[in-house]
Unconditional design. Structure first.
Length: 104
């Protein structure tokens, strides 16, 4: 089941800045591809999705990290959560992108 992607204002800003930076064109392409895979299947193998314990999402929801790049200095990561939380009975298949940033 495909997921709808929503972006926090911060994540939207990061995505737009990345898309406009010609020096980061390769990174933007990797992020864009990863967002597509995330929308299709959050457990897609190349995303290496895992729970990220250092952050909590809106209303204390679990946050996950997905790889946009690997084995690259300052590799880009996508931080996201299910919205509403996956365990909610009325879950609609929506993922909220919290941040798109270089690996902390």
């Amino acid at each position: 089941m495909p997921f709808e992607l929503r972006y926090t204002p911060e994540a939207q800003k990061q995505y737009e800045e990345l898309s406009k930076n010609k020096g980061l064109e390769k990174r933007f392409k990797a992020v864009k591809k990863s967002l597509y895979f995330l929308s299709q299947d959050p457990s897609y193998p190349s995303l290496k999705t895992h729970k990220y314990d250092s952050l909590t999402g809106p209303n204390g929801t679990e946050v996950f990290e997905a790889y946009a790049e690997n084995k690259t200095p300052a590799a880009y990561r996508i931080f996201w959560c299910y919205h509403p939380p996956k365990s909610a009975p009325d879950a609609t298949g929506t993922i909220t992108i919290i941040a798109i940033t270089a690996h902390p």
